[in-house]
Design a protein around this ligand. Structure first.
Ligand SMILES: [Fe+2]
Length: 133
């Protein structure tokens, strides 16, 4: 269960990227579900770690695809990734308890919303570029 899903309009057309985006949104859903369900500290920190690690891994994979294909917007895209990772760590480190506040939850939701906007714009541009190669 969860509120985020990779709808058709969010698909980049690159099977590899789309698969990781699906898993990433699933990891975000798992964390949000855990926040609402009082799953306990240990489960929360496991879910937080998984989301951060998965974002790191996925961004690195995307950056590798960009480098290898000579993607022209690499620097700006990577700069977004760096900032995004940092902010995600800031937000999730505040949600360490099993009882996150409304404010913490809304920051997390807003930050996931930012990722979805990034997918809809920048990652779709990347997908189109890779498909033309
Ligand atoms: Fe990206």
């Amino acid at each position: 269960m969860g509120k985020y899903e990779l709808t058709k309009e969010l698909e980049t057309g690159n099977i590899f990227i789309d698969k990781e985006h699906r898993e990433l949104l699933q990891a975000a859903n798992d964390l949000l579900d855990a926040c609402g369900a009082g799953k306990g500290r240990e489960y929360m920190s496991k879910t937080i770690k998984f989301l951060n690690d998965y974002v790191d891994k996925h961004f690195a994979n995307e950056e590798r695809l960009q480098k290898n294909s000579g993607y022209p917007n690499f620097e700006a895209h990577k700069a977004f990734h760096e900032k995004y990772k940092q902010k995600l760590r800031d937000i999730t480190s505040g949600i360490s308890s099993d009882n996150p506040t409304i404010g913490e939850l809304s920051s997390l939701n807003a930050h996931i919303g930012l990722l979805i906007t990034h997918i809809r714009t920048e990652d779709k541009k990347l997908g189109a570029f890779l498909n033309k190669k």
